[in-house]
Ligand binder design. Structure first.
Ligand SMILES: Cc1cc2nc3c(=O)[nH]c(=O)nc-3n(C[C@H](O)[C@H](O)[C@H](O)COP(=O)(O)O)c2cc1C
Length: 163
């Protein structure tokens, strides 16, 4: 199957999650293309999609939201798996719940949507971002669980081979 994996990241942690998903999907023998959402000009010819975004201020990034808008009709007729990367739900992490990216996900109607824990590394952020995240109660650290990410990617492979 030809699969498009597109993920939007501001500071790299979501991109690295996407890389791990890509490695798993390729090992499953699929023809996988990884393209940033703002660089996708056509979605013709793909059989399935994996779409992800970092969550900022309860939303997917503008680029990810724009991707879902531009290709909503095409995406509606194919299987889509969605993932968010955020910090909510982590120890002391009070930044707003990533599941509230609701409208985007509703428009995508994904087979599944998961939220992976992300990374809060103040040294990579602007003063403004640092302040917002700190006020939001974010804990410093890299909370990404690579086994969880791999397991999810494998579940996509299983679903694709069953279809
Ligand atoms: C300014 C700012 C706002 C954030 N807002 C949210 C949020 O609303 N919900 C959430 O779960 N995580 C939030 N986060 C955490 C990010 O989603 C997390 O750091 C993620 O790993 C960033 O991904 P990236 O490195 O791919 O950009 C926020 C982080 C920053 C710096």
């Amino acid at each position: 199957m030809k699969i498009l994996l597109t993920a939007s990241s501001r500071h790299g942690s979501t991109e690295e999650v996407a890389d791990v998903i890509a490695t798993e999907l390729r090992q499953g023998g699929h023809d996988l293309e990884v393209v940033r959402p703002q660089e996708v000009s056509s979605v013709e010819g793909y059989d399935a999609f994996v779409v992800g975004s970092a969550v900022y201020m309860t939303s997917w990034t503008e680029e990810a939201v724009d991707f879902t808008r531009r290709f909503r009709d095409a995406l509606a007729s194919k299987p889509v798996w969605a993932f968010s990367v955020g910090l909510s739900g982590l120890p002391h992490g009070k930044v707003t719940d990533p599941r509230r990216v609701g409208p985007v996900l509703l428009s995508l109607d994904p087979e599944e949507h998961v939220t992976f824990a992300g990374r809060f590394d103040p040294s990579r952020l602007s003063l403004r971002e640092r302040t917002i995240a700190k006020v939001g109660g974010a804990s410093e650290g890299d909370f990404r669980d690579w086994d969880e990410v791999r397991t999810w990617a494998r579940s996509i492979l299983a679903a694709l081979s069953a279809s």
